[in-house]
Ligand binder design. Sequence first.
Ligand code: F6P
Length: 325
Amino acid sequence: MANIKKIAVLTSGGDAPGMNACVRAVVRTAIYDGIAVFGIYGGYEGLINGEIMPLNRRSVSNLIQKGGTFLKTSRSETFLHVAGRKRAADVLKEWEINGLVVIGGDGSFRGAHTLHQEQNVNVVGIPGTIDNDIYGTDLTIGYDTAVMTALDSIDKIRDTAASHDRLFIVEVMGRHAGFIALEVGICGGAEEILVPEVHLSLDDLGNLIKTWATTGKTSSLIVVAEGDELGNAHEIAKTLQSQFHANCHVCILGHTQRGGSPTATDRLLASRLGYHAVQALENGQTDIMVGWANNAATFIPLPETWEKKKPLDAELLKIYRILSA
Ligand code: F6P
């Protein structure tokens, strides 16, 4: 057992529904185990600026159902430099904090790993991003809620597409990954799903659209991940219009997918991972991410979480092709 007496928790990068539930789990587990716990406001930037507050069980009351992050978050430029990280480590020392829980995505994990390597800070990461693009965990906190939010919009767009016999291109988030697009595409009955992980040329897409009319389809929906190689929804629509005379309507779901009350799946995941992160620090584990795979907690060295690529479900890719025809 490590001699952990005081820990701190921060949220970093893009907010994700379930981050509050996760902070709550970290705070209450720590207090249960007799560890003092501090909240850092504004991610790494807040740490550098010493924006730290002690938290108690009541500080995290009535938060489990709330979207966003009450601790606030940021993408810190200062933390990318050694002087910023040194300052961050000094602040932790001043407060005698000997464990840091970082809830965020791959950029936040890179920061946590460097802080550990360079400044010898004990860190444990918890995957919190709607993109689900972190190796070593089946799900990331916020992904399930983002899928439900996007799906709700897609169902509504389908009503209009069907009523007007229209072709819609719906752009969902996922900077470098197609997890949201694939799942909402399948669940929303999309005709085509464009994801960065799978190559499809504009010609292939144009030809596919032509075949839809011949099979009796009067309306259709293409879901595109924002990081797809063909470009964003507006660019794709423009090309399909000019080269294939396909009249496309575009809808970009954007940041609606990042907000809202977390689903039960996200609250459960957040509660589990918050608990395991504190236990991991107490057990002397550091420079790791706590994830959830095959119905059990996983403990993955931080660099693996971004060096190894989490693949899209190959079977789902096959199934959607069969079902969308
Ligand atoms: O990583 C989460 C994410 O929502 C991506 O899907 C998206 O590309 C990015 O964050 C947007 O970031 P920001 O809110 O800083 O523009």
